[in-house]
Design a protein around this ligand. Structure first.
Ligand SMILES: NC(=O)c1ccc[n+]([C@@H]2O[C@H](COP(=O)([O-])OP(=O)(O)OC[C@H]3O[C@@H](n4cnc5c(N)ncnc54)[C@H](O)[C@@H]3O)[C@@H](O)[C@H]2O)c1
Length: 369
């Protein structure tokens, strides 16, 4: 019997330096008897030589379309838009199971090629929680971006372009340098018990905020229902909740304007990014911001101190090394089970979702034909 295998493809999305397989997890798979092929990729945070050193076979960038059909292709983000049929099994985030823009075209490529798609978002444990997610580093990076925006605002500047950091230490150092003394800074994190929330709290601790200056709220503290005046008393508010139903707003424009010059709040980081959701509990902004232009100003009424929002929806990209390591090690137990996927609930359930969505897409396409 041939060895089980994975083929790590390159990422084509701009700024994406993360990897679904890291040299650490590739080695664990090799030690367990897998053969691992890795496409050379200058964009990836890990050097090609790091994969080579642990026994991976290196191949040309973007050569997966000619890979043997029986090797599953693993990547992170969407494939570049194309009409080519997809005959392989792909493991990745495809963003096409919730009727996102272009979903039928993506699924039609699998239909025409006979390929299979295991979407990383739909690999879940027995409680329905994702087996691997990037939340912690999203919160960590979001809090760091918020702290940098506060530092810029204190210098009467607007935060400029954000680029991925080599590692967590470099990010913490940059924030500490930008802010100087952090002993008086107050932060409020809502959703503090979740993955993103824990990451945001960790960043604030690492940049030296006093523990009683980091307010950690979760369901219990918001049960009384917003809006919350406490948010106006923090320098940075980080929203990390998982929004699942309509809830009262956490903060409103009226409340901000009414606070006038008394407001301490300077930066909101909306890690949850339910920007266009009608139930967005932070209805004071309406766009997602980007690494090029990380902040958007809130209308605070004339003469009042400024307030900005960061609403970047791919924050973990700012910490590619640590974010990849955590994600990939959380994914590893499922990858080790992949050769026995017919008997493994995680993979069986993910394939079921794919088959359902594939049928739905085919019906939709046929109905328009
Ligand atoms: N911006 C990004 O780059 C990025 C990256 C990853 C995840 N996210 C998003 O961040 C959100 C959180 O993800 P997660 O993995 O941390 O989820 P999670 O389920 O681990 O944590 C969510 C937390 O929010 C709490 N919560 C839910 N409703 C609340 C409420 N009304 N009041 C107070 N607390 C509440 C929950 O109790 C939980 O502790 C999701 O919407 C996710 O899509 C964004």
């Amino acid at each position: 019997m041939s060895k089980p295998a994975f083929w790590l493809r390159c990422e084509k999305k701009e700024y994406e330096r993360r990897a679904a397989l890291t040299p650490t997890t590739a080695k664990r798979l090799i030690d367990a008897g897998f053969s691992i092929t890795v496409e050379r990729d200058e964009q990836r945070i890990f050097d090609d030589s790091e994969y080579e050193a642990v026994g991976c076979t290196l191949v040309e960038n973007n050569s997966w379309p000619s890979a043997p059909r029986d090797i599953p292709i693993i990547g992170l983000k969407e494939l570049p838009v194309s009409d080519d049929p997809l005959p392989h099994t792909h493991i990745q985030f495809a963003h096409c199971f919730k009727r996102q823009a272009g979903w039928e075209q993506i699924l039609s490529r699998f239909h025409r090629g006979g390929g299979n798609l295991y979407d990383l978002e739909f690999l879940t444990d027995a409680n329905g929680r994702r087996v691997a997610a990037f939340g912690f580093h999203a919160g960590f990076a979001g809090a760091a971006a918020g702290a940098l925006a506060l530092a810029s605002q204190r210098n009467s500047e607007t935060l400029g372009i954000l680029t991925p950091f080599e590692n967590e230490d470099a990010m913490v150092k940059k924030v500490r340098q930008a802010l100087g003394d952090t002993s008086n800074i107050k932060a409020l994190v809502i959703g503090a018990l979740g993955r993103c929330g824990k990451g945001a709290v960790d960043l604030f601790q690492k940049i030296g905020l006093k523990d009683d200056h980091i307010l950690k709220w979760d369901l219990e503290e918001t049960a009384k229902g917003g809006p919350f005046s406490e948010i106006l008393d923090a320098d940075i508010f980080v929203n990390c909740i998982y929004l699942s139903s309509r809830i009262p707003s956490f903060i409103t424009r009226e409340q901000i304007i009414a606070a006038g010059g008394q407001r301490r709040l300077s930066v909101i980081v909306d890690v949850s990014c339910d920007t266009t959701n009608p139930f967005n509990p932070i209805p004071v902004y309406s766009i997602n911001t980007t690494f090029d232009k990380p902040t958007v100003a809130v209308d605070v009424g004339s003469g009042n101190p400024p307030l900005c929002v960061i609403s970047i929806d791919h924050l973990p990209t700012l910490l590619p090394r640590e974010a990849s390591e955590q994600f990939s090690s959380d994914l590893l137990p499922s990858l080790l089970e992949f050769p026995r996927r017919e008997a493994n609930r995680v993979w069986v359930d993910a394939e079921k979702v794919f088959k359902e969505k594939l049928e739905e897409a085919v019906r939709e396409i046929n109905s328009k034909a």
